[in-house]
Design a protein around this ligand. Structure first.
Ligand code: ADP
Ligand code: MG
Ligand code: MG
Length: 762
């Protein structure tokens, strides 16, 4: 293995040359105008780390070749840049030195580049993005071209498609008579790329042509750094371009239609995070509000929160779960932690390719850049705009989609599914094996879930229907009742409400399947707190029903067994609603029993409710149910894992207490790698699920098994659920598009026989 590779050599190995270096070699090979140069490899970096020695002889040979090739000598007509190039993208994190004009200077520069792999911000960036530290960087030595030579010179960054909307045209920025650093650092505010077209139409046309060549080669939207020297265009870097969620979807769909990539590839390309970003919030009836200021719409979505001026403040407030908007003149790589903690970013300087813009877009956070009318006073921690002074701690709303800033917290709403997204997801539906259902409790929620493409309802929680005041008072009547007839009377009222609700739900479903979970909550949840009432009977009941540990107390099927009239009432209401609606639309309803631990509970409930014609299933959320899955499968029509309660049970954690008190510490110390309530714990909960599935299917091969915890909408968990052969996932409406996409990706990855991305938690 050689230590040094020329751009003209036959090696495009990114692990050896880094991304930048390897792409420069590729661009050279396909005949693009790249200034000549060579790469001091990552192997050489590792050797240097071990021994402190550089391959000086090889470097001198390469330099001699470069001097021969350009017909100029270093320091005498020839200058070089020395650039860092790692196999992972770490934009702006390491050093680059321009205009290096002596051999000695070049060798110190190479050492500096190698050293910059371990500078503080690079270390921090790697920590945030889970990049291992032993990958290392190469150093690229390249002949300089001078963007500051004359008035037909300049430099710019261009995306081959619009990085915000995905529209297929050049998108980017340009500065005349400047070198690249001026652009990347945000120290000069650039002009839109279209100005290159008026200034130098030929160079612009050439750039458009080269953009096509690059896309045809890489089959991917490119982010290209270029310089024009006295009218001649040179490309200095290309990589796949970061983009907003909206652009990611449009570009994938467009490229599939243009034949650049297959539909499978298009589905694989869109990252779940990008889709999430696309489903970002926006301001409700935005036209009713007067903006305070405008800037560039750098990253889409809306966010509201308290203004802070220092990244560290953003961190501090975010730790207290406060929403914050980070306001800065510009951001630098040192600020990434603060940006990650903030809900949105507003800067007064810098353009659409500035640091703040690129980073927030990748994180899926709203961002407004270059809002120049805002005068920021970092010392006084305030900004001033048109006579308004906004102090630290005041609330603002930013709309990264339009670039408008508003005073105060405005009401936000989610975004609807675009045409391109609809198309991409319909392709995904054709590839996936997992079904995707929604957790939804009301007809309205079901309507929303249908717009996101759910195939049914995997979890309808009936207790939510008791929340409206008149219902709450009915269930309280039931709880207070002293005699069976008083109980029956109260239940009769509830039955009426439930029947109405189920009828509306069935009509909305238009034949889609629904799993209705019978009452799960402990009864005291429906009572006010003891101090909130002076009715003696209520106080008495509150005291009587009080539990030491309500999470694992008198709830779920336990309540169903001691108070069978409740489940009976619910099932009757379902059957009645079904018979009312059936003449219009087909009803495909099943009931699910929560908190089951033994088959006897199931048999008891079945006997009590006589659920004529309804399928009856078990919510798998206790450890014992999992251990008895084989037996339960005999008596149950289906299983649905409630991974939230199951996680609590497996960990012996109560979620709220864990998240409030110690989980953050566990994560910080690395005792746990992920929050098990967000990402399913493969090694504990996951293993239990696998075991349960195995026993269940051994006894009833065709039994339908799904998952209805919120894990059902989380990408890594979905991949795992695919792998263990679940029939469907069920999650909240807004996560359905992500679930459809990831389920397809899991199936495609499996088909391609690529080992699916390793799912491994604590
Ligand atoms: P980064 O990895 O931070 O993007 P680069 O190595 O790409 O750093 O260098 C930053 C900028 O320096 C480039 O975008 C380019 O404008 C300028 N630059 C680097 N090498 C050369 C060169 N050989 N000639 C002219 N400009 C260069
Ligand atoms: Mg660069
Ligand atoms: Mg539960």
């Amino acid at each position: 293995m050689a230590a040094v590779y020329k751009f003209t050599d036959d090696c495009e190995d990114k692990m050896l040359l880094g991304n930048k270096g390897a792409n420069l070699v590729t661009m050279t090979r396909i005949g693009l105008p790249v200034p000549p140069g060579f790469v001091i490899s990552i192997e050489a970096y590792k050797e240097y780390k071990r021994t402190g020695r550089l391959p000086i002889a090889d470097i001198e040979d390469a330099l001699q070749w470069l001097e021969g090739h350009t017909g100029r000598r270093l320091g005498n007509g020839l200058m070089v840049s020395v650039r860092s190039s790692a196999p992972v993208s770490m934009p702006g994190m390491m050093d680059t030195l321009l205009n290096v004009s002596s051999k000695a200077h070049m060798v110190s520069a190479v050492k500096k580049i190698f050293g910059s792999w371990d500078n503080l911000r690079a270390v921090e960036y790697r920590r945030l993005h889970n990049i291992p530290r032993d990958i290392g960087t190469s150093a690229v030595v390249q002949a300089m071209v001078m963007g500051n030579r004359d008035d037909r010179s300049g430099t710019g960054v261009v995306f081959t498609r619009n990085a915000i909307t995905g529209e297929p045209h050049l998108f980017g920025e340009y500065i005349g008579q400047a070198q690249g650093e001026d652009l990347v650092s945000g120290s000069r505010t650039p002009s839109p790329i279209q100005e290159l077209r008026s200034a130098m139409p030929e160079a612009y046309a050439e750039l458009e042509k080269l953009a096509h060549t690059l896309e045809n080669h890489f089959h991917e939207m490119q982010d290209v750094e270029f310089t024009v020297e006295s009218g001649t265009l040179y490309l200095l870097q290309t990589r796949s371009g970061k983009r907003s969620g909206q652009a990611a979807v449009k570009i994938a769909v467009d490229m599939a239609k243009e034949g650049l990539i297959s539909r499978e590839e298009a589905v694989l390309r869109v990252k779940p995070e990008e889709l999430k970003a696309l489903l970002h919030k926006r301001i409700q009836s935005v036209e009713k509000h007067e903006p305070l200021a405008h800037g560039l719409n750098a990253a889409p979505g809306a966010a509201a929160g308290k203004v802070v001026f220092h990244p560290i403040e953003a961190l501090r407030l975010a730790e207290k779960s406060e929403k914050v908007i980070l306001v800065r003149p510009e951001t630098s790589p040192d600020d990434i932690q603060g940006i990650a903690a903030a809900d949105g970013v507003l800067t007064s300087r810098g353009g659409l390719t500035s640091h703040a813009a690129i980073v927030t877009r990748a994180m899926g956070k709203p961002c407004i850049c270059g809002a120049e009318e805002i005068k920021i006073d970092l010392k006084a921690e305030q900004f001033e705009v048109r006579g308004h002074v906004v102090h630290k701690g005041m609330e603002i709303t930013i709309d990264g989609t339009s670039g408008a800033v508003y005073l105060g917290t405005l009401p936000l709403e989610e975004v609807e599914v675009t045409e391109e997204l609809r198309e991409l997801l319909s392709w995904a539906d054709g590839f996936r094996r997992l079904g995707v259902r929604a957790n939804a409790d009301t007809a309205d929620m079901i309507k929303l879930a249908k717009t996101f493409g759910c195939e049914g309802i995997g979890l309808c929680r009936t207790e939510r229907q008791f929340n409206a005041p008149e219902r709450l008072s009915a269930i309280r009547e039931y709880i207070m009742a002293r005699t069976p007839s008083e109980k029956a009377e109260a239940l009769e009222i509830l039955r009426g409400f439930q029947e109405e609700d189920f009828a509306a739900i069935f009509r909305e479903l238009e034949g889609l399947p629904i799993i209705i979970r019978l009452l799960d909550l402990p009864l005291h949840e429906f009572l006010p707190s003891e101090t909130d009432t002076d009715v003696p009977r209520v106080r008495e009941m509150v005291r009587e029903l009080r539990e030491v540990n309500p999470m694992i107390g008198h709830r779920g099927v336990r309540l169903g067994v001691t108070n069978p009239e409740i489940y009976r009432m619910q099932v009757e209401a379902i059957c009645q609603a079904k018979s009312v609606v059936e003449p219009e639309v087909k009803v495909n309803a099943a009931v699910m029993i929560p908190q089951v631990i033994t088959v006897q509970e199931l048999l008891w409930v079945k006997k009590q409710v006589k659920a004529a014609g309804l399928r009856v299933g078990v919510m798998m959320e206790t450890v014992r149910a999992c251990m008895r899955a084989g037996k339960l499968a005999h008596e149950a029509d289906f299983f649905s894992f409630g991974t939230n309660d199951l996680t609590q049970a497996v960990y012996s954690f109560s979620r709220e207490d864990a998240e409030k008190k110690f989980l953050a510490t566990y994560l910080r110390l690395g005792i746990l790698q992920d929050n098990p309530f967000e990402i399913v714990d493969v090694k504990g909960v996951g293993r239990l699920m696998e075991t349960a599935i195995m026993w269940a299917r051994r006894n009833k091969k065709e039994i339908e098994i799904g998952v209805c915890g919120e894990h059902g909408g989380e990408p890594r968990s979905i991949r795992f659920f695919h792998q263990i052969g679940l029939d469907y996932v069920s999650c909240s409406a807004f996560r359905i598009p992500v679930a459809r996409l990831v389920a397809a990706q899991a199936a495609l990855q499996e088909k391609a026989d690529k080992p699916a991305e390793k799912v491994d938690t604590a």
